[in-house]
Ligand binder design. Structure first.
Ligand code: PLP
Length: 414
Protein backbone atom coordinates (compact mmCIF):
# COMPACT_ATOMS: atom_id res chain seq x y z
CA UNK A 1 0.00 0.00 0.00
CA UNK A 2 1.40 3.46 -0.76
CA UNK A 3 2.52 5.34 2.30
CA UNK A 4 1.14 8.72 3.12
CA UNK A 5 3.98 11.23 3.60
CA UNK A 6 2.96 11.58 7.20
CA UNK A 7 3.18 7.90 7.96
CA UNK A 8 6.27 6.39 9.53
CA UNK A 9 8.51 4.50 7.15
CA UNK A 10 10.60 1.63 8.48
CA UNK A 11 13.47 2.84 10.63
CA UNK A 12 12.33 6.47 10.88
CA UNK A 13 10.90 7.95 14.03
CA UNK A 14 8.73 10.65 12.49
CA UNK A 15 5.73 12.21 14.24
CA UNK A 16 2.56 10.19 13.99
CA UNK A 17 -0.65 11.65 12.65
CA UNK A 18 -2.07 11.76 16.20
CA UNK A 19 0.75 14.01 17.44
CA UNK A 20 0.45 16.27 14.42
CA UNK A 21 -3.27 16.66 14.81
CA UNK A 22 -2.81 17.59 18.46
CA UNK A 23 -0.52 20.37 17.32
CA UNK A 24 -3.13 21.47 14.82
CA UNK A 25 -5.66 21.99 17.62
CA UNK A 26 -3.14 23.95 19.67
CA UNK A 27 -2.52 26.30 16.78
CA UNK A 28 -6.15 27.29 16.54
CA UNK A 29 -5.70 29.44 19.64
CA UNK A 30 -2.07 30.22 20.30
CA UNK A 31 1.25 30.50 18.54
CA UNK A 32 4.12 28.20 19.38
CA UNK A 33 5.40 31.00 21.64
CA UNK A 34 2.07 31.14 23.46
CA UNK A 35 0.73 34.41 22.03
CA UNK A 36 -2.98 34.50 21.32
CA UNK A 37 -3.88 34.55 17.67
CA UNK A 38 -6.14 37.30 16.41
CA UNK A 39 -7.24 35.25 13.51
CA UNK A 40 -9.19 31.99 13.76
CA UNK A 41 -8.07 29.07 11.71
CA UNK A 42 -9.89 29.21 8.34
CA UNK A 43 -12.88 26.92 8.13
CA UNK A 44 -12.36 25.67 4.57
CA UNK A 45 -9.36 23.92 3.12
CA UNK A 46 -8.44 24.11 -0.56
CA UNK A 47 -9.90 20.96 -2.12
CA UNK A 48 -6.51 20.23 -3.69
CA UNK A 49 -3.61 21.74 -1.74
CA UNK A 50 -1.21 20.96 -4.60
CA UNK A 51 0.57 24.24 -5.26
CA UNK A 52 4.03 22.84 -6.02
CA UNK A 53 5.94 24.36 -8.93
CA UNK A 54 6.95 20.96 -10.18
CA UNK A 55 5.80 18.30 -10.35
CA UNK A 56 2.58 20.31 -10.50
CA UNK A 57 -1.01 19.50 -9.64
CA UNK A 58 -2.65 16.76 -11.65
CA UNK A 59 -5.55 17.90 -13.86
CA UNK A 60 -8.84 18.31 -11.98
CA UNK A 61 -10.63 14.98 -11.86
CA UNK A 62 -7.45 13.01 -12.52
CA UNK A 63 -7.39 9.48 -11.21
CA UNK A 64 -5.09 6.55 -11.96
CA UNK A 65 -8.18 4.71 -13.21
CA UNK A 66 -8.28 7.11 -16.18
CA UNK A 67 -4.93 5.82 -17.45
CA UNK A 68 -5.22 3.54 -20.46
CA UNK A 69 -2.99 0.60 -19.54
CA UNK A 70 -3.09 -1.32 -22.83
CA UNK A 71 0.41 -0.19 -23.84
CA UNK A 72 1.99 -1.04 -20.47
CA UNK A 73 4.14 -4.14 -20.37
CA UNK A 74 4.41 -3.97 -24.15
CA UNK A 75 7.30 -2.93 -26.37
CA UNK A 76 7.36 0.77 -27.14
CA UNK A 77 8.27 -0.32 -30.66
CA UNK A 78 5.10 -2.42 -31.01
CA UNK A 79 2.43 -1.07 -33.34
CA UNK A 80 0.39 -0.02 -30.30
CA UNK A 81 3.35 1.57 -28.47
CA UNK A 82 4.40 3.54 -31.54
CA UNK A 83 0.84 4.64 -32.22
CA UNK A 84 0.45 5.95 -28.66
CA UNK A 85 3.78 7.81 -28.88
CA UNK A 86 2.86 9.32 -32.22
CA UNK A 87 -0.56 10.32 -30.93
CA UNK A 88 1.16 11.98 -27.96
CA UNK A 89 3.28 14.06 -30.31
CA UNK A 90 0.46 15.01 -32.66
CA UNK A 91 -2.02 16.00 -29.97
CA UNK A 92 0.60 17.97 -28.04
CA UNK A 93 1.62 19.79 -31.20
CA UNK A 94 -1.99 20.70 -31.92
CA UNK A 95 -2.65 21.83 -28.34
CA UNK A 96 0.42 24.07 -28.36
CA UNK A 97 -0.55 25.47 -31.77
CA UNK A 98 2.93 24.86 -33.16
CA UNK A 99 3.53 25.95 -36.76
CA UNK A 100 2.87 23.11 -39.20
CA UNK A 101 6.50 22.91 -40.34
CA UNK A 102 7.86 22.60 -36.78
CA UNK A 103 8.86 19.23 -35.37
CA UNK A 104 8.13 17.93 -31.88
CA UNK A 105 9.83 14.94 -30.28
CA UNK A 106 9.85 13.05 -26.99
CA UNK A 107 13.33 12.94 -25.47
CA UNK A 108 14.95 11.48 -22.36
CA UNK A 109 15.67 13.25 -19.07
CA UNK A 110 12.79 15.68 -18.82
CA UNK A 111 13.20 19.36 -19.65
CA UNK A 112 16.86 19.27 -18.63
CA UNK A 113 17.48 16.53 -21.18
CA UNK A 114 15.78 18.51 -23.93
CA UNK A 115 17.73 21.71 -23.15
CA UNK A 116 21.07 19.93 -22.86
CA UNK A 117 20.46 18.13 -26.12
CA UNK A 118 19.89 21.44 -27.87
CA UNK A 119 22.87 23.21 -26.28
CA UNK A 120 25.30 20.41 -27.03
CA UNK A 121 24.04 19.56 -30.48
CA UNK A 122 23.57 23.09 -31.81
CA UNK A 123 25.81 25.68 -30.18
CA UNK A 124 29.27 26.48 -31.47
CA UNK A 125 29.10 27.70 -35.07
CA UNK A 126 27.76 31.17 -34.16
CA UNK A 127 28.26 33.70 -31.37
CA UNK A 128 26.12 32.95 -28.31
CA UNK A 129 24.10 35.27 -26.06
CA UNK A 130 22.95 33.83 -22.75
CA UNK A 131 20.10 35.48 -20.84
CA UNK A 132 19.48 34.50 -17.21
CA UNK A 133 17.42 35.94 -14.37
CA UNK A 134 17.04 33.00 -12.02
CA UNK A 135 18.61 29.73 -11.18
CA UNK A 136 17.63 27.50 -14.12
CA UNK A 137 18.77 30.12 -16.62
CA UNK A 138 21.97 30.47 -14.60
CA UNK A 139 22.43 26.71 -14.90
CA UNK A 140 22.35 26.94 -18.69
CA UNK A 141 24.96 29.71 -18.51
CA UNK A 142 27.22 27.40 -16.51
CA UNK A 143 26.77 24.66 -19.07
CA UNK A 144 27.62 26.84 -21.99
CA UNK A 145 30.51 28.70 -20.36
CA UNK A 146 32.11 26.07 -18.17
CA UNK A 147 31.22 22.73 -19.79
CA UNK A 148 30.99 23.60 -23.47
CA UNK A 149 33.60 26.32 -22.86
CA UNK A 150 32.00 28.68 -25.38
CA UNK A 151 32.70 32.38 -25.14
CA UNK A 152 29.22 33.78 -24.71
CA UNK A 153 27.84 37.23 -24.04
CA UNK A 154 26.12 36.70 -20.72
CA UNK A 155 23.33 39.02 -19.61
CA UNK A 156 21.95 38.40 -16.15
CA UNK A 157 19.59 40.05 -13.69
CA UNK A 158 18.83 39.60 -10.02
CA UNK A 159 15.82 37.73 -8.72
CA UNK A 160 12.73 39.79 -9.52
CA UNK A 161 14.34 41.62 -12.47
CA UNK A 162 14.81 40.67 -16.10
CA UNK A 163 17.99 40.85 -18.17
CA UNK A 164 18.36 43.53 -20.86
CA UNK A 165 16.58 42.13 -23.92
CA UNK A 166 17.30 44.96 -26.35
CA UNK A 167 20.01 45.10 -28.96
CA UNK A 168 20.83 41.42 -29.29
CA UNK A 169 22.88 40.70 -32.40
CA UNK A 170 20.53 38.86 -34.80
CA UNK A 171 23.50 36.78 -35.93
CA UNK A 172 23.94 35.42 -32.42
CA UNK A 173 22.31 32.29 -31.01
CA UNK A 174 20.28 33.19 -27.92
CA UNK A 175 19.51 30.92 -24.97
CA UNK A 176 16.85 32.00 -22.49
CA UNK A 177 14.11 30.75 -20.18
CA UNK A 178 10.64 32.02 -21.13
CA UNK A 179 9.38 31.82 -17.55
CA UNK A 180 11.90 31.74 -14.72
CA UNK A 181 10.33 29.26 -12.34
CA UNK A 182 12.42 30.28 -9.36
CA UNK A 183 11.91 34.04 -9.64
CA UNK A 184 8.45 34.25 -11.19
CA UNK A 185 9.79 36.50 -13.93
CA UNK A 186 8.87 35.89 -17.57
CA UNK A 187 9.62 37.63 -20.82
CA UNK A 188 6.81 40.10 -21.64
CA UNK A 189 6.70 38.91 -25.29
CA UNK A 190 9.10 37.91 -28.07
CA UNK A 191 9.18 41.32 -29.80
CA UNK A 192 12.88 41.64 -28.94
CA UNK A 193 13.71 38.66 -31.16
CA UNK A 194 14.43 39.70 -34.74
CA UNK A 195 12.27 38.11 -37.40
CA UNK A 196 15.18 38.10 -39.87
CA UNK A 197 17.69 36.67 -37.37
CA UNK A 198 20.34 34.30 -38.62
CA UNK A 199 21.11 32.98 -35.14
CA UNK A 200 18.87 30.45 -33.40
CA UNK A 201 16.72 31.10 -30.33
CA UNK A 202 16.80 28.27 -27.81
CA UNK A 203 14.05 28.65 -25.24
CA UNK A 204 13.49 26.69 -22.05
CA UNK A 205 9.71 27.01 -21.94
CA UNK A 206 8.97 24.39 -19.33
CA UNK A 207 7.01 26.56 -16.91
CA UNK A 208 5.43 28.66 -19.67
CA UNK A 209 4.11 26.07 -22.11
CA UNK A 210 0.34 25.52 -21.82
CA UNK A 211 -0.08 28.62 -19.64
CA UNK A 212 1.47 31.50 -21.57
CA UNK A 213 1.24 32.54 -25.20
CA UNK A 214 4.54 31.60 -26.79
CA UNK A 215 5.34 33.29 -30.07
CA UNK A 216 6.57 30.09 -31.76
CA UNK A 217 7.75 31.63 -35.05
CA UNK A 218 10.31 33.50 -32.91
CA UNK A 219 11.50 30.29 -31.24
CA UNK A 220 13.79 27.86 -33.07
CA UNK A 221 14.21 25.39 -30.25
CA UNK A 222 11.68 25.04 -27.45
CA UNK A 223 11.73 22.63 -24.54
CA UNK A 224 9.38 21.57 -21.80
CA UNK A 225 8.61 18.60 -19.61
CA UNK A 226 5.37 16.87 -18.76
CA UNK A 227 5.58 17.45 -15.02
CA UNK A 228 4.73 21.14 -15.22
CA UNK A 229 1.66 22.97 -16.52
CA UNK A 230 -0.50 19.97 -17.39
CA UNK A 231 0.46 17.97 -14.31
CA UNK A 232 2.13 15.06 -16.09
CA UNK A 233 5.00 12.96 -14.81
CA UNK A 234 8.74 13.65 -14.75
CA UNK A 235 11.18 11.67 -16.87
CA UNK A 236 10.54 12.88 -20.39
CA UNK A 237 11.11 16.13 -22.14
CA UNK A 238 9.68 17.47 -25.35
CA UNK A 239 11.80 19.19 -27.94
CA UNK A 240 10.39 21.65 -30.49
CA UNK A 241 12.51 22.32 -33.58
CA UNK A 242 11.94 24.97 -36.24
CA UNK A 243 13.02 24.23 -39.82
CA UNK A 244 16.05 26.49 -39.26
CA UNK A 245 17.08 24.50 -36.20
CA UNK A 246 16.84 21.32 -38.26
CA UNK A 247 19.05 22.87 -40.94
CA UNK A 248 21.64 23.79 -38.31
CA UNK A 249 21.56 20.27 -36.89
CA UNK A 250 22.24 18.83 -40.31
CA UNK A 251 25.04 21.25 -41.10
CA UNK A 252 26.70 21.83 -37.75
CA UNK A 253 30.04 20.11 -37.68
CA UNK A 254 31.22 20.98 -34.20
CA UNK A 255 33.44 17.88 -33.93
CA UNK A 256 32.03 17.60 -30.45
CA UNK A 257 31.53 14.08 -29.15
CA UNK A 258 27.85 13.57 -28.33
CA UNK A 259 26.39 10.78 -26.20
CA UNK A 260 23.76 8.66 -27.93
CA UNK A 261 20.89 10.24 -26.00
CA UNK A 262 21.82 13.70 -27.36
CA UNK A 263 22.16 12.65 -30.99
CA UNK A 264 19.47 13.84 -33.37
CA UNK A 265 21.30 13.26 -36.64
CA UNK A 266 22.92 10.32 -38.34
CA UNK A 267 25.28 10.78 -41.27
CA UNK A 268 24.26 14.42 -41.62
CA UNK A 269 20.51 13.63 -41.77
CA UNK A 270 17.91 14.27 -39.09
CA UNK A 271 16.71 11.13 -37.33
CA UNK A 272 13.10 11.75 -38.33
CA UNK A 273 11.82 8.82 -36.28
CA UNK A 274 12.37 10.77 -33.04
CA UNK A 275 9.62 13.15 -34.20
CA UNK A 276 7.25 10.32 -35.06
CA UNK A 277 7.39 8.45 -31.79
CA UNK A 278 10.47 6.31 -32.33
CA UNK A 279 12.16 7.47 -29.16
CA UNK A 280 15.94 7.33 -28.82
CA UNK A 281 15.67 4.90 -25.93
CA UNK A 282 12.91 3.28 -23.91
CA UNK A 283 10.29 5.72 -22.61
CA UNK A 284 7.98 5.18 -19.66
CA UNK A 285 4.72 4.22 -21.32
CA UNK A 286 3.03 4.89 -17.99
CA UNK A 287 4.22 8.52 -18.17
CA UNK A 288 3.10 8.65 -21.81
CA UNK A 289 -0.37 7.34 -20.98
CA UNK A 290 -0.61 9.73 -18.06
CA UNK A 291 0.26 12.62 -20.40
CA UNK A 292 -2.51 11.48 -22.74
CA UNK A 293 -4.93 11.76 -19.80
CA UNK A 294 -3.69 15.32 -19.24
CA UNK A 295 -4.22 16.06 -22.94
CA UNK A 296 -7.77 14.68 -22.73
CA UNK A 297 -8.50 17.15 -19.96
CA UNK A 298 -6.78 20.09 -21.68
CA UNK A 299 -8.69 19.50 -24.91
CA UNK A 300 -11.96 19.04 -23.03
CA UNK A 301 -11.68 22.35 -21.14
CA UNK A 302 -11.15 24.24 -24.39
CA UNK A 303 -7.50 23.93 -25.44
CA UNK A 304 -4.72 26.46 -25.17
CA UNK A 305 -6.86 29.58 -24.79
CA UNK A 306 -8.77 28.01 -21.92
CA UNK A 307 -5.54 26.85 -20.25
CA UNK A 308 -4.04 30.32 -20.44
CA UNK A 309 -7.27 31.82 -19.12
CA UNK A 310 -7.25 29.42 -16.18
CA UNK A 311 -3.65 30.32 -15.28
CA UNK A 312 -4.44 34.04 -15.61
CA UNK A 313 -7.49 33.65 -13.37
CA UNK A 314 -5.43 31.83 -10.76
CA UNK A 315 -2.65 34.42 -10.80
CA UNK A 316 -5.30 37.17 -10.64
CA UNK A 317 -6.93 35.62 -7.57
CA UNK A 318 -3.56 35.31 -5.85
CA UNK A 319 -2.66 38.87 -6.80
CA UNK A 320 -5.87 40.18 -5.17
CA UNK A 321 -4.86 38.47 -1.95
CA UNK A 322 -1.29 39.84 -2.16
CA UNK A 323 -2.63 43.37 -2.72
CA UNK A 324 -4.75 43.12 0.43
CA UNK A 325 -1.96 41.71 2.56
CA UNK A 326 0.66 43.77 4.40
CA UNK A 327 3.25 41.07 5.11
CA UNK A 328 3.94 39.72 1.64
CA UNK A 329 4.80 41.22 -1.75
CA UNK A 330 5.49 40.08 -5.27
CA UNK A 331 9.16 39.36 -5.90
CA UNK A 332 8.86 41.35 -9.07
CA UNK A 333 7.15 44.71 -8.90
CA UNK A 334 6.48 44.82 -12.64
CA UNK A 335 3.25 43.09 -13.68
CA UNK A 336 4.42 43.02 -17.33
CA UNK A 337 7.10 40.45 -16.49
CA UNK A 338 5.29 38.67 -13.66
CA UNK A 339 4.59 34.98 -14.10
CA UNK A 340 1.08 33.55 -14.14
CA UNK A 341 2.42 30.10 -13.24
CA UNK A 342 5.25 30.18 -10.70
CA UNK A 343 4.17 33.20 -8.70
CA UNK A 344 7.01 34.15 -6.35
CA UNK A 345 6.35 36.23 -3.24
CA UNK A 346 8.77 37.69 -0.72
CA UNK A 347 8.31 39.01 2.80
CA UNK A 348 7.58 42.72 3.03
CA UNK A 349 10.04 43.11 5.89
CA UNK A 350 13.40 41.96 4.57
CA UNK A 351 15.61 43.31 7.35
CA UNK A 352 16.63 39.87 8.64
CA UNK A 353 17.15 37.28 5.92
CA UNK A 354 17.94 34.43 8.30
CA UNK A 355 14.77 35.08 10.30
CA UNK A 356 12.81 35.17 7.05
CA UNK A 357 14.26 31.85 5.96
CA UNK A 358 13.20 30.32 9.26
CA UNK A 359 9.74 31.86 8.96
CA UNK A 360 9.39 30.53 5.44
CA UNK A 361 10.26 27.06 6.66
CA UNK A 362 7.79 27.26 9.53
CA UNK A 363 4.93 28.51 7.34
CA UNK A 364 5.54 25.84 4.71
CA UNK A 365 5.66 23.09 7.31
CA UNK A 366 2.58 24.27 9.14
CA UNK A 367 0.47 24.51 5.99
CA UNK A 368 1.61 21.08 4.90
CA UNK A 369 0.63 19.60 8.25
CA UNK A 370 -2.75 21.27 7.93
CA UNK A 371 -3.17 19.92 4.37
CA UNK A 372 -3.77 23.52 3.32
CA UNK A 373 -0.81 23.85 0.93
CA UNK A 374 1.99 21.56 -0.18
CA UNK A 375 5.48 22.56 -1.32
CA UNK A 376 5.11 26.33 -1.37
CA UNK A 377 8.54 27.41 -0.13
CA UNK A 378 10.57 29.82 -2.24
CA UNK A 379 13.35 28.11 -4.20
CA UNK A 380 16.45 27.57 -2.07
CA UNK A 381 18.57 30.21 -3.85
CA UNK A 382 15.76 32.77 -4.19
CA UNK A 383 14.89 35.43 -1.61
CA UNK A 384 12.90 33.85 1.25
CA UNK A 385 9.14 33.81 0.80
CA UNK A 386 6.58 31.60 -0.82
CA UNK A 387 5.92 30.39 -4.33
CA UNK A 388 2.47 29.37 -5.48
CA UNK A 389 1.94 27.50 -8.72
CA UNK A 390 -0.99 29.02 -10.59
CA UNK A 391 -0.91 26.92 -13.76
CA UNK A 392 -4.04 25.64 -15.44
CA UNK A 393 -4.43 22.44 -13.44
CA UNK A 394 -4.97 24.47 -10.25
CA UNK A 395 -8.54 25.60 -9.53
CA UNK A 396 -9.13 29.28 -8.85
CA UNK A 397 -11.40 28.42 -5.93
CA UNK A 398 -8.45 26.71 -4.26
CA UNK A 399 -6.24 29.79 -4.68
CA UNK A 400 -9.03 31.86 -3.09
CA UNK A 401 -9.23 29.43 -0.18
CA UNK A 402 -5.47 29.47 0.24
CA UNK A 403 -5.19 33.21 1.04
CA UNK A 404 -6.75 33.05 4.52
CA UNK A 405 -4.58 30.05 5.35
CA UNK A 406 -1.46 31.98 4.41
CA UNK A 407 -2.51 34.88 6.64
CA UNK A 408 -3.28 32.49 9.45
CA UNK A 409 0.08 30.70 9.06
CA UNK A 410 1.91 34.03 9.05
CA UNK A 411 0.41 34.90 12.43
CA UNK A 412 0.76 31.39 13.80
CA UNK A 413 4.51 31.39 13.16
CA UNK A 414 5.19 34.82 14.68
C1 PLP B 1 12.78 26.76 -15.96
C2 PLP B 1 13.13 25.35 -15.66
N1 PLP B 1 14.05 24.73 -16.39
C3 PLP B 1 14.41 23.45 -16.15
C4 PLP B 1 13.83 22.73 -15.14
C5 PLP B 1 14.25 21.32 -14.92
O1 PLP B 1 13.18 20.52 -15.33
P1 PLP B 1 13.21 18.96 -15.30
O2 PLP B 1 13.36 18.55 -13.89
O3 PLP B 1 11.88 18.59 -15.90
O4 PLP B 1 14.35 18.52 -16.12
C6 PLP B 1 12.85 23.32 -14.34
C7 PLP B 1 12.24 22.58 -13.24
O5 PLP B 1 11.55 23.09 -12.40
C8 PLP B 1 12.49 24.65 -14.61
O6 PLP B 1 11.57 25.25 -13.87
Amino acid sequence: MPQSPLETSAGHAVPTRRVLSARRVELTDTTAAGATLRRPKPATLPARPHFSSGPCAKPPGWSPSRIDTRSLGRSHRSALGKARLQETIERTKALLQLPADYRLGIVPASDTGAVEMALWALLGPKPVTMLAWESFGAGWVTDVSKQLKLKAEVRTADYGQIAELGGIDPASDVVFTWNGTTSGVRVPNADWIAEDRTGLTICDATSAAFAQRIDWPKIDVGTFSWQKALGGEGGHGMLVLSPRAVERLKQAQTNRPLPKIFRLTKGGALIEGVFKGETINTPSMLAVEDWLVALDWAERVGGLDALIARADANAGALDRWVAASDWIQHLTGDPAIRSNTSVCLQFADRADEEANKARQKAIVKLLEVEDAAYDIGAYRDAPPGIRIWCGATVDTGDIEKLGPWLDWAWEATA
